[in-house]
Design a protein around this ligand. Structure first.
Ligand SMILES: [Zn+2]
Length: 256
C-alpha cells in the first residue's frame, strides 16, 4: 500500500514536515527547493505511521459528521473538541460550562437546531470582539459583523462595510479566527488581493501565512452540521469552492 499525498505546500522553511489533517489528508510542508525525491524518501520512511494515522483520522472524521447526540460525543468549539453530556428534564435545551456541552434530553429531537443556534450566538459575540479589537488597533472602521449559515466559504465582506462570517468559524482555533477577521477587515481598506493588500494583512498579523495555509486543514469543518436534513458532506461546496486566495489572485472577490 502506498501513501497518497494530498497537498505539498512549499514555503521558506528549513525542514520538511508531514501532517495528517483532521479529515485524513496527508499534507507535506517543504522548503522551496527540497527535491521531490527527498520528500518521497521521507514519506516512505514514515509510511506505516502515516497510513495508520490516516486511517484513524478518517474514521474519526466520519464519526464526527454523524452526530447522535449521545453522552461522550465531541463537539468542536474554538478548535477544541468538547464533551457532550445529556441531562434529564432540564428546561434549558443546551448550555455550555467549563468545556462541556449539556443537552436536555427533552430537546434531543431538536439538538441539531439548538447546537447551530448556540454556535451562531457565540460566533456573533466572539467574532465581534475580535473585529473590534483589530478595528481600533489599526483604525479600520467597519459597519457590523453578520453571521451566516454559509458552508461554502468562511467569510466575505460587503461594499457597504459589513463583515460576514459563517457561524462555523467558531469551530476553528482562535488564531485562525483572528486571521479570518484580519483578512476581511483589511478588505475594508483595500478591496482586492493585490500585493498592497497582503502587505496590509502582514502588518496586522505578521504570521498570517501560517493561518492561511492551515485553512485547508479545516475545510471539512465548513460541512459540519449542514442544516439540510442531517449531517452529511456533499459535493455541493466543491462546485462553489472557496476562492484560491493566492497572492497572484487579482480578482475583486473578497471571500475566503
Ligand atoms: Zn480576501
Amino acid at each position: 500500500m502506498s501513501v497518497k499525498v494530498d497537498q505539498i505546500i512549499r514555503t521558506e522553511r528549513k525542514s520538511t514536515e508531514i501532517q495528517v489533517s483532521v479529515e485524513g489528508h496527508i499534507i507535506v510542508r517543504a522548503p522551496l527547493n527540497e527535491p521531490i525525491e527527498r520528500i518521497e524518501e521521507i514519506i516512505e520512511s514514515k509510511k506505516f505511521w502515516l497510513l495508520r494515522t490516516q486511517q484513524i483520522a478518517k474514521a474519526k472524521y466520519l464519526n464526527d459528521l454523524h452526530k447522535k447526540y449521545e453522552d461522550g460525543e465531541k463537539f468542536l468549539y474554538l478548535g477544541i473538541e468538547r464533551n457532550l453530556q445529556t441531562i434529564d428534564n432540564d428546561p434549558v435545551p443546551l448550555s455550555y460550562r467549563d468545556g462541556t456541552f449539556f443537552l436536555s434530553k427533552n430537546y434531543l429531537k431538536f439538538a441539531n437546531k439548538f447546537f447551530i443556534d448556540w454556535y451562531k450566538d457565540r460566533a456573533l459575540d466572539y467574532i465581534s470582539g475580535v473585529a473590534d479589537r483589530f478595528s481600533s488597533l489599526y483604525k479600520i472602521p467597519y459597519k457590523k459583523v453578520i453571521i451566516k449559515d454559509s458552508f461554502s466559504q468562511w467569510a466575505s465582506c460587503s461594499g457597504d462595510g459589513n463583515l460576514n462570517f459563517s457561524w462555523r468559524v467558531v469551530l476553528v482555533p482562535p488564531e485562525v479566527i483572528a486571521y479570518l477577521v484580519v483578512h476581511e477587515l483589511a478588505h475594508m481598506d483595500i478591496r482586492n488581493h493585490s500585493s498592497d493588500y497582503w502587505i496590509k494583512v502582514e502588518q496586522m498579523m505578521p504570521d498570517y501565512l501560517k493561518h492561511e495555509n492551515s485553512l485547508k486543514e479545516y475545510d471539512h469543518i465548513l460541512s459540519i452540521l449542514k442544516n439540510d436534513g442531517g449531517p452529511s458532506f456533499t459535493d455541493s461546496r466543491d462546485s462553489k469552492k472557496k476562492e484560491d486566495i493566492s497572492k497572484q489572485n487579482k480578482q475583486l472577490e473578497f471571500e475566503i
